[in-house]
Design a protein around this ligand. Structure first.
Ligand SMILES: NC(=O)C1=CN([C@@H]2O[C@H](COP(=O)(O)OP(=O)(O)OC[C@H]3O[C@@H](n4cnc5c(N)ncnc54)[C@H](O)[C@@H]3O)[C@@H](O)[C@H]2O)C=CC1
Ligand SMILES: CC(=O)[C@](C)(O)C(=O)O
Ligand SMILES: [Mg+2]
Ligand SMILES: [Mg+2]
Length: 347
C-alpha cells in the first residue's frame, strides 16, 4: 500500500509499483478464474486476465450472440469456454459478471457450486448490499470480494491494449480464507487496473449508482439536452447548437480537463469565458444540488435497486430499452451529432 495525499486527505492505495503483475500471478497461480457472463465487463476483464497470464475460463449461455463473440475472441468451447453451470463447477474464483438482474436468476446455481474455499467476486456492490431484494447471501465459509473498474469494460480493454489502465475500487465482504484481501488486489491488478482504492460493498454501490445516474450519464445527458433545446428555440442552427453543446466539449475542452484539471481547461479559454464560467458555475452547482440529494436518497433507500430489478424482470425489457435508446439516437440533437462526426477531418 502506498500512502498518498489526495488534496489534503491521506489515503492508502495500491499501485502496480508495490503490487506488480508478477506478484499477482504468484498469488493466483493455483486458481482457476471463471468469468461468468460476457456482456461488457466480462470480455474486458477476461481478456485482460488472459493476456496477463492468468488461468481463465469463461462461462456463458450457449446459443447466444455473446457465446459467438467469446468464440471470436479466442475462447475455445470445452476448453476455456463453458456453459455457465460448468464454469461455476470448474472455477475456484467465480467472477459474477452477469447483469445485476441476471445475477439474481443465476444465484441458486452459483451458490450450489460455491464450495468451502472458493471465492465469489463481484464488480459491483449491488447484489450483496441489496440482499433483501436480490436474495444473494453467500455462506460464511467462502471469500466474497469486489473489484469495480471505474469505467466501461470497453475502455478497460482498450486502455489495456494501449498499455494504460482504468482505476478500480476493491473491497472484502467475507474473508474466510484469510487471503481474500490479497486475492482481491491481485485480481484488481490482473484485470488491468490503474491504481486500486479500498471501499466496502455499500459505499461502492451507493457511489456507483449516484455517479452513473448523476454526472457520468444522467445529468450529463440532461444538461446537454437542456442547452441544445434552448439554443434551437432561440433560432440557432443544429450545427451551431450541437457544436456549442457537445462537439466542443468532447473534442476540445474535456480533453484539457482530463489532461490537467479544470483550472487548466479554464486557463486555455478566453478571459471572457473564464469570467462567465466562474460566475455561472456556482449557480449551476446550487441549482442541481437538491436533485443530487434526492438521487442519493433514492439510492440509499434501495429505491433505485427496486426500480432496476423490476424493470429488468419484464420479459420485453430489452425491447423497451432499445426503443428508448432509439429515441435518443433519432432525436434531432444526436442526429445532428452523427452528421458532425462524419464531417470530422480524417488523417
Ligand atoms: N458495464 C460496465 O462496463 C460495468 C459494469 N459493472 C458491473 O459489472 C457487472 C456486469 O455488468 P455488465 O458487463 O454491464 O453486464 P451486461 O448487462 O452486459 O450482462 C452481462 C451478461 O449477463 C448475461 N445475462 C443477463 N441475464 C442473464 C440470465 N438471467 N441468465 C444468464 N445470463 C444472463 C448476458 O447474456 C451477458 O452476457 C454488473 O454487476 C455491473 O454493475 C461494473 C463496472 C462497469
Ligand atoms: C461503466 C460503469 O462503471 C457504470 C457506468 O457504473 C456502469 O456501467 O454500471
Ligand atoms: Mg461504475
Ligand atoms: Mg454502474
Amino acid at each position: 500500500m502506498a500512502k498518498i495525499n489526495f488534496g489534503g486527505v491521506e489515503e492508502e492505495v495500491v499501485t502496480r509499483e508495490e503490487f506488480p503483475l508478477e506478484k499477482a500471478r504468484e498469488v493466483l497461480k493455483n486458481e482457476t478464474i471463471a468469468v461468468l457472463g460476457y456482456g461488457v465487463q466480462g470480455p474486458g476483464q477476461a481478456l485482460n486476465l488472459r493476456d496477463n497470464g492468468f488461468n481463465v475460463i469463461v462461462g456463458q449461455r450457449k446459443d447466444s450472440k455473446t457465446w459467438d463473440k467469446a468464440v471470436k475472441d479466442g475462447w475455445v468451447p470445452g476448453k476455456t469456454l463453458f456453459e455457465l453451470e460448468e464454469a461455476c463447477e470448474k472455477g475456484t474464483i467465480l467472477q459474477f459478471l452477469l447483469s445485476d438482474a441476471g445475477q439474481i436468476a443465476l444465484w441458486p446455481t452459483v451458490k450450489k457450486h460455491l464450495k468451502k474455499g472458493k471465492t465469489l467476486y463481484f464488480s459491483h456492490g449491488f447484489g450483496i448490499t441489496y440482499k433483501e431484494q436480490t436474495g444473494i447471501v453467500p455462506d460464511a465459509d467462502i471469500d466474497v470480494i469486489l473489484v469495480a473498474p471505474k469505467g466501461s469494460g470497453t475502455s478497460l480493454r482498450r486502455l489495456f491494449l494501449e498499455g494504460k489502465g482504468l482505476n478500480s475500487s476493491f473491497a472484502v465482504h467475507q474473508n474466510a480464507s484469510g487471503k481474500a484481501r490479497e486475492n482481491a488486489i491481485a485480481l484488481g491488478i490482473g484485470v488491468g487496473s490503474g491504481y486500486l482504492f479500498e471501499t466496502d460493498f455499500r459505499k461502492e454501490v451507493f457511489s456507483d449508482l449516484t455517479g452513473e445516474r448523476g454526472t457520468l450519464m444522467g445529468a450529463l445527458a440532461g444538461i446537454l439536452e437542456a442547452q441544445y433545446t434552448l439554443l434551437r428555440k432561440k433560432g440557432h442552427s443544429p450545427s451551431e447548437s450541437f457544436n456549442e453543446t457537445v462537439e466542443e466539449l468532447t473534442e476540445s475542452l474535456i480533453k484539457l480537463v482530463a489532461e490537467n484539471g479544470m483550472d487548466w481547461m479554464y486557463a486555455n479559454c478566453s478571459t471572457t469565458a473564464q469570467r462567465g464560467a466562474l460566475d455561472w458555475k456556482n449557480r449551476f452547482r446550487d441549482a442541481v444540488a437538491p436533485v443530487f440529494d434526492d438521487l442519493y436518497e433514492s439510492v440509499a433507500t434501495g429505491n433505485e435497486a427496486r426500480i432496476t430489478i423490476e424493470a429488468n424482470r419484464q420479459p420485453d425489457y430489452r425491447a423497451k430499452l432499445e426503443v428508448e435508446l432509439a429515441e435518443l439516437h433519432n432525436s434531432e440533437m444526436w442526429q445532428a451529432g452523427a452528421q458532425v462526426r462524419k464531417l470530422r477531418p480524417k488523417q
